[in-house]
Design a protein around this ligand. Sequence first.
Ligand code: T4K
Length: 378
Amino acid sequence: MNTPLPFERPVYVSRPALPPLTDYIRRLESIWASNILTNMGPMHEMLELAVGERIGSGRVSLWNNGMSALIAAVSSLQLERRKIAVTPFTFPATVHAISLLGLEPVFVDIDDTLTLDPVKLEEAVDSEVGAVMGTHVYGRFCDTAAIDAIARRNDLRVIYDGAHIFGRSAPVIGGEPHRLGDITMLSFHATKLFHSVEGGALITADQDVDRRLRLIRNFGIVNENDVKGLGLNGKMSEVHAAMGLSMLDLIDAEIDQRLAVANRYLEALEGIPGIRVVSGADGIVQYFVLRVDAEEFGSTRDDLHTTLRSLNVISRKYFSPLCSDFEPYNELPSAKHLPVARKAAQEVIALPLYGGLSLEDADRIADIVRWHQKGGVL
Ligand code: T4K
């Protein structure tokens, strides 16, 4: 194989899809006309309904980002026990949402699915643990049935960080009640398959939880004369909601394009020793992630990452280092022994995946992986 040529411009791990500008401007014009810019205006209400319809289950509230939504989710559960069991294999937001509220994360190892290991979870639960927070990493669902059973036995509340699950996921969430836990969070950040530039949502089947969440979202304000409980400003603005509405019109086309790119990668990477593709659930194409078995591949994930970068392919090591290794957490006793998560963090690499990536570019990226495996050096 010839030495691959570098891409002329960086190829990023993700690129936001954008609606036609005219479509977005049409919505902005209506905002200009109404002079309502935020505080649950008409765009917000339309998007909340539309996302709810697409999800097809539970009550959906919109938020200004996934992280504030997670903080609100934890806060709304009014836990008496001060610890929350959580995966270390996630984005820092998941764990910070626990710690910022003065609660303590208890890290629980993952299994080969890259989500919480139910056996380890049950071992970690003691009288101080009041909830569990799992991440459906890359759109791979946690074993929600097993977690539900553990939660019932131990009187735990359950939150799912579903930052990555938006896709053709409605039937997946809607089909089985335990899929939602008490609350599931979605992120609508610009780097997500569906986005509103910044944004997020919470889904719950519990009417009381939903009511509390809506209070928290707006400073705890009940009415002009009353504030009930603590709250924050978690509201999604009208300009963000307008973007969400415009993006909803595009989302199925974006999913189709991403599936085509993902399938092309699958073909082009076939037969490379030491490479395993880790995909999301059906119709969830948030990331295209490889696990690199250094021995079989003949090189480490880090070396592959360096080669890709040298050729202008900006792959990412989601999620490495583990959250448990970061400074706020690395002294916790539960941060010490997480062998399965640690191995995963050494092996994962996310290749560029977005609708605008051409199939030829996917081939070129796969060729770089193959060339690197065959011992190519720059
Ligand atoms: N839980 C989980 C499991 C999460 O993954 C996340 C967020 C959250 C919770 C929190 O949800 P939010 O509060 O964000 O709603 C990015 C995103 O900022 C973050 O939302 C996401 N997860 C995380 C996995 O990825 P970075 O630091 O990797 O982003 P950045 O700026 O390096 O972007 C990645 C690439 O995307 C860039 O190389 C270029 C491209 N890009 C990025 C942006 C922002 C664009 O092309 N255009 C853009 O506007 O965190």
